[in-house]
Design a binder for this molecule. Structure first.
Ligand SMILES: NC(=O)c1ccc[n+]([C@@H]2O[C@H](COP(=O)([O-])OP(=O)(O)OC[C@H]3O[C@@H](n4cnc5c(N)ncnc54)[C@H](OP(=O)(O)O)[C@@H]3O)[C@@H](O)[C@H]2O)c1
Length: 287
């Protein structure tokens, strides 16, 4: 099966490419941002019409939430318009599509983890652009998977919370983390494996939440990082999220539940603590 991946140079992209390359049934075409710019419709069309993959896994996106807030037009151009171009070309060539979406499409007003049938109501530009992407996928591409995940960590190219926190530990800077932001930390390796399983086993088309089991605050997440690297003597100060004065508003509660997978008896993702421990052990030398 020919599989094309956009945004293959990113955090999840690297894990997915590693994982998928081991599969004998896949003929992989992976494109990083220098090889395929999804905001260029001619590039998108010529890539898809020349390769004619059976499925596209569309990961390319602007993912820095605060940068998206500061530069909304750029965020909409890549996350919405780029996705629209991918959808348009998939639809023209009858190609199936996997679209990666986010916990940030929800507003945080729920008291328990969000399931696939909850109504999106994004509160920041990044969330709005990802939700706009979901809508064009549903509108244009009949055979699609929308996979929502959250709070990713993993790989040598991690540039999100875990990496930023480890950098502060390394530089002996004060450690503070929000107690009122609740989410679902997820290992890119586990997410990549589930994406491949969904495609390989031909799960029914539609929307799936895919996160590691369990939820926590940023503060608990940070504390567990210190436990995993055996640096418990360091102290994390619990603070409200308002302390950080960031451009993009965050939903307090954005944890996801793999509800559809649970109903299908396919929710076998491990607890986030175990995944984090394995990740930090594996990449110990880079810490
Ligand atoms: N990180 C999370 O916690 C999280 C949670 C839920 C969902 N997701 C979704 O998962 C997907 C992968 O995210 P990630 O965490 O792997 O983020 P990432 O590391 O930032 O990867 C995104 C990739 O997209 C590329 N890209 C940006 N603009 C592009 C363009 N115009 N054309 C082609 N490629 C472009 C980036 O390349 P450059 O670096 O060269 O710009 C980057 O390599 C995204 O769709 C994201 O929205 C992420």
């Amino acid at each position: 099966m020919k599989v094309a991946v956009t945004g293959a140079g990113g955090m999840l992209g690297k894990s997915l490419v590693d994982h998928i390359s081991k599969k004998k049934w896949v003929n992989l075409f992976a494109f990083d941002s220098t090889q395929l710019d999804v905001t260029d419709i001619l590039q998108v069309q010529s890539m898809l019409s020349s390769i004619k993959p059976e499925i596209v896994i569309h990961l390319a996106a602007k993912t820095d939430v605060d940068e998206c807030e500061l530069h909304p037009e750029e965020a909409y151009r890549v996350n919405y318009l780029g996705t629209r171009y991918i959808c348009y070309s998939c639809s023209a060539e009858d190609i199936a599509l996997v679209y990666l979406s986010s916990d940030m499409i929800f507003d945080g007003s729920k008291n328990s983890p969000y399931i696939e049938t909850d109504s999106p109501s994004p509160q920041n530009i990044y969330g709005k652009t990802k939700y706009a992407g979901e809508k064009v996928v549903e509108l244009f591409v009949k055979r699609h998977y929308i996979i929502r995940s959250a709070w990713l960590f993993g790989g040598q190219h991690d540039h999100k919370f875990v990496r930023k926190f480890l950098n502060r530990v390394k530089d002996r800077q004060p450690l503070k983390a929000a107690v009122d932001l609740i989410g679902s930390p997820t290992y890119t390796e586990d997410l990549a494996a589930k994406i491949v399983e969904i495609i390989e086993e031909g799960y029914p088309w539609g929307t799936y939440h895919v996160v590691n089991q369990g939820l926590c605050s940023r503060y608990e997440f940070a504390q567990h990082i210190l436990t995993c690297i055996k640096y418990e003597s360091a102290q994390v100060e619990p603070v409200p999220s308002s302390f950080f004065k960031l451009p993009a508003p965050r939903a307090g509660m954005s944890a996801l539940q793999n509800y559809t997978l649970t109903l299908m008896n396919k929710n076998d993702l491990r607890p986030w603590q175990d995944a984090l421990e394995q990740y930090l052990k594996r990449f110990k030398k880079n810490i």
